[in-house]
Design a protein around this ligand. Structure first.
Ligand code: ATP
Length: 438
């Protein structure tokens, strides 16, 4: 798949700045697998933290879970994945390239060489492995293709341990694996990725109310973390395209710079009572003693896909130079306008000179702040260049320690977006930053 110029730029930016590397690049990589570098891991952790805070920490009705990636294969038989978690594959008889039939729409020839295509074949996208030393059908297991099923099979354990009453939810963040036929578009579609999933158990009669609420709340989460509203939209899946378990699914789509533009960022599905019934669970309502199987609404988002959307949305190129030094020129400068909660580093300490006289007190400030935030320290090259480096990786605040700081015990704090500079007492710096970052 061809990448757009913006994607190409982002892919190389991510590598150069330590966000994302091709996995095992030294050995030619492996298609569909990526390694997150020092800044990428911070970004991903911040996304997961923001999601957990909003949907677990700040609510009383949702609890967390961290379940095994490999589990009893019966789970995947009961859930319908062994039978039906497949994509339609077609192969070119000439160049032997393989495609997902859905991607080719009604094309009759190979898009790469115009060769003849085979008929569609079903291809199960679950990764198989073996548990224990014997490799046969009795030891076959799967790497989970979604985190949801492990939530369902812990329904009673979690409910009883935490004394939960419908409506309540169980949330999980973790790895999922899919042997995608055509991974691509950078980390948009990979074979190993992370999901943030939540199963919200409700009474059937309230399903439409809760479905709408979860679509609205999920959409708002992206807006609150800085994604521009015009780059998001809702897509209601037509009945003919719904997954076997779904009564209704609405996708939140982001305007990615590839394919048709808007593509799925996350999905919210009304999974009805399909999964709990498949696994044989029911629920007793203590008050009126009725026994029923709850319906479930599932907001499901990819961490990697969200990271890509946040980075694309934040990636800004400014012409004409922003730095206030003599170095300012007509070059294009990159500013990664990430939301403060998502920025890998919150603060950078930049001593005006490397001289011991400034370096020592600047380092003291650095070590002090490290107890509270992720802080960068940079004393290499000119101050203008160092501002630029921090703008590129999205650091919201740069703190400069200059010669005046020795006398007035103040530092200059520069805001990434407004470029406004404040002179702040060193003793107040932590509180000042805490207030700004809150
Ligand atoms: P798609 O139609 O793009 O294949 P899907 O509908 O199969 O996605 P779901 O099963 O609903 O996806 O998974 C929930 C979320 O997990 C998606 O919205 C997406 O953010 C993420 N996701 C799914 N597959 C991948 C993948 N191969 N790589 C990265 N993220 C993924």
């Amino acid at each position: 798949m061809n990448e757009s110029p913006k994607m190409e730029k982002l892919v190389s930016f991510c590598k150069q700045r330590g966000f994302i590397f091709p996995s095992a690049e030294k050995y030619g990589g492996l298609q569909g697998f990526w390694d997150f570098g020092p800044l990428g891991v911070e970004l991903k952790n911040n996304i997961k933290k923001a999601w957990w805070k909003r949907f677990v920490q700040e609510r009383g009705d949702i609890v967390g879970l961290d379940s095994a990636i490999i589990t009893n294969p019966t789970v995947w038989e009961k859930s319908g994945h062994v039978e039906g978690f497949s994509d339609k594959l077609v192969e070119c008889k000439k160049c032997h390239h393989r495609f997902k039939a859905d991607d080719l729409a009604k094309m009759e020839k190979c898009p790469d060489c115009e060769g003849e295509l085979t008929n569609e074949k079903s291809f199960n996208t679950m990764f198989k492995t073996f548990v224990g030393p014997v490799e046969d059908s009795t030891s076959t297991a799967y790497l989970r293709p979604e985190t949801a099923q492990n939530i369902f099979i812990n329904f009673d354990n979690v409910r009883q341990a935490m004394r939960l009453k419908v409506p309540f939810g169980i949330a999980q963040i973790g790895k999922a694996f899919r042997n995608e036929i055509t991974p691509g578009n950078f980390i948009f579609r990979s074979r190993e990725f992370e999901q943030m999933e939540l199963e919200y158990f409700i009474n059937k009669k309230d399903d439409e109310k809760w479905f709408k609420k979860w679509v609205d709340d999920s959409f708002q989460w992206f807006i609150d973390l800085g994604i521009k509203k015009e780059n998001l939209r809702l897509f209601k899946q037509p009945k003919t395209e719904l997954a076997h378990y779904s009564k209704a699914t609405t996708d939140i789509e982001y305007k990615f710079p590839f394919d048709k533009g808007f593509a799925e960022l996350m999905g919210i599905a009304n999974r009805t009572d399909f999964d709990l019934k498949s696994h044989g669970f029911e629920y007793r309502d203590e008050e009126n003693k009725t026994v029923f199987v709850p319906y479930v609404i599932e907001p499901s988002a990819g961490v990697d896909r969200a990271a890509l959307a946040f980075m694309l949305d934040a990636y800004d190129e400014v012409k004409g130079g922003r730095t206030t030094t003599t170095e300012s020129n007509k070059e294009v400068e990159v500013v990664l306008r990430l939301h403060k909660d998502l920025a890998p580093y919150k603060v950078a300490i930049l001593p005006l000179s490397k001289k011991e006289q400034l370096a020592k007190p600047a380092q003291d400030i650095y070590h002090d702040l490290q107890k509270h935030f992720m802080v960068a320290y940079d004393d290499v090259s000119s101050i203008g260049r160092r501002y630029r480096r921090q703008d590129e990786i999205g650091t919201p605040y740069c703190v400069t320690f200059d010669f005046d700081s020795l006398d007035d015990k103040k530092v200059t704090v520069r805001d990434r977006d407004t470029m406004k500079q404040d002179r702040v007492e060193i003793g107040d710096l932590k509180n000042y930053l805490e207030e700004k970052l809150d």
